[in-house]
Ligand binder design. Structure first.
Ligand SMILES: Nc1ncnc2c1ncn2[C@@H]1O[C@H](COP(=O)(O)OP(=O)(O)O)[C@@H](O)[C@H]1O
Ligand SMILES: [Mg+2]
Length: 410
């Protein structure tokens, strides 16, 4: 069968028309698809951008925190470095922490101590040798010859405080001896807040001590070590050398604890004299030699004006020394000059011992035996020692109480 050409052409043009219609429909669909696709694509990009921005924000917050942390860490590290440097200068270069270079005017301190009213620290790094007993009864002796006494209890066990405060009829609010170790108050504020000893000792005052003193001493030492306080060893001196203290008292007695801490180093820097009581047995004499050594170091490094008033035999068993007590006195006489290396000879108060007396022991912590004992021998023991010390310190002694006359007549 024949296929007419015209028919082919006719079909061809129809085919082309159909194809072109299909083509334009496809391109429209593609275009629309593209358009819609782009539109949908925009939406997901925005979301993504938002999420990225959120994440970025989160990261920058994190980064900020980390920067802060690292700068804190750096500060802490540098603090630690400083603390270590301080510690190494305070510990490495010296055999004793208290020997670290002083930050206090040398000449001013030297002259203040030289011209000071007597300030006596009663010390021995052995407990129970009679420090507190001697401090309280010496204060009573000085009061009896008309001297105004400042008593400072620097032993956190507060034995002197107990003894004195139990003897007071009227107790007044007071500031503890902690305040003397800090330099927060003015001299007049601190003076006015010490406890007056009305009815016990005339025109005399007390800075009492309690167990909290132990923590306070440690706190001051830490403050010194971490650099928040440049100097802590001359705080007591600043108060005791001030006009109000110098004008208000004829003599100051500091009762020291049996170990060399913040209170003892302050006492050493503020004192004119050290008095060391000892029992005449081997252990106490060894502790006495060690105590002398420590104060000799304090003297050479911190207070060249410091004098060793003497060593007081305490709790001596009987009139006239026993053989072992004599032996220990010889031991002291031989060794002390090698330890206390000054031109001044050290007195051993051999002729004015404090005897071991039940009339002293029974008042422990309750009363001052010198004031309340009916046994005149007790008064005489402390009068003898007190007179010697008053002579040495050039305190007027003419008005000695007349108990000796009574004793002589016994
Ligand atoms: N001369 C003495 N005679 C009898 N007992 C004493 C004498 N001296 C001190 N005591 C007693 O010995 C104990 C310790 O004395 P104390 O003065 O507190 O020593 P320290 O202050 O050196 O620790 C106290 O119970 C005290 O009463
Ligand atoms: Mg004591």
């Amino acid at each position: 069968m024949d296929f007419p050409l015209s028919l082919v052409f006719e079909n061809f043009s129809q085919l082309m028309t159909v194809l072109s219609v299909i083509g334009s429909a496809v391109s429209t669909i593609v275009f629309l698809g593209y358009k819609f696709g782009k539109h949908f694509g925009n939406k997901s990009d925005k979301k993504e951008i938002e999420e990225i921005q959120k994440e970025k924000h989160g990261l920058s917050v994190k980064l900020g925190k980390e920067k802060k942390l690292s700068s804190l860490l750096a500060a802490e590290l540098s603090d630690l470095k400083i603390a270590n440097e301080l510690k190494s200068t305070k510990l490495k270069k010296v055999h004793n922490v208290w020997d670290a270079p002083r930050i206090f005017d040398f000449e001013k301190h030297y002259n203040q101590i030289k011209n000071s009213k007597p300030i006596i620290t009663v010390a021995n790094f052995k407990g129970g040798v009679g420090k507190t007993t001697i401090a309280a009864n010496l204060a009573a002796y000085f009061n009896s010859i008309g001297k105004r006494v400042l008593l400072i209890d620097f032993d956190y066990q507060g034995t002197l405080t107990e003894t004195i405060r139990n003897s007071l009829k009227v107790k007044e609010p007071f500031l503890s001896s902690n305040a003397l170790l800090s330099d927060e108050l003015s001299s007049s504020d601190i003076f006015n807040q010490s406890e007056p000893l009305h009815g016990l000792f005339d025109s005399s005052r007390l800075f009492p001590a309690f167990y909290e003193l132990n923590d306070y001493e440690t706190l001051m030492l830490l403050n010194w070590f971490n650099g928040s306080h440049d100097e802590i060893r001359f705080n007591l001196h600043k108060y005791l050398s001030s006009e109000i203290f110098q004008n208000s008292f004829d003599v100051t007695i500091i009762d020291a604890p049996p170990r060399p801490g913040t209170a003892v180093v302050n006492a050493a820097c503020a004192s004119t004299h050290i008095l060391i009581p000892t029992i005449l047995d081997h252990l106490s004499v060894e502790a006495t030699l060690n105590t002398t050594q420590v104060f000799n170091d304090f003297r050479s490094k911190l207070n060249p004006q410091l004098k060793l008033l003497g060593i007081v035999p305490s709790k001596v068993s009987k009139v006239g020394y026993s053989a072992y007590e004599e032996r220990e006195i010889e031991n002291l006489k031989n060794r002390i000059p090698n330890i206390w290396q000054g031109n001044d000879t050290v007195s051993i108060y051999k002729s004015t011992p404090i005897y071991d007396k039940a009339d002293i022991a029974k008042h422990a912590g309750l009363n001052v035996p010198y004031l309340v004992s009916n046994n005149l021998l007790i008064r005489n023991i402390f009068d003898d020692l007190g007179e010697k010390i008053a002579e040495e310190l050039k305190l007027k002694t003419s008005d000695r109480p007349d108990t000796r006359t009574v004793m002589a007549g016994e």
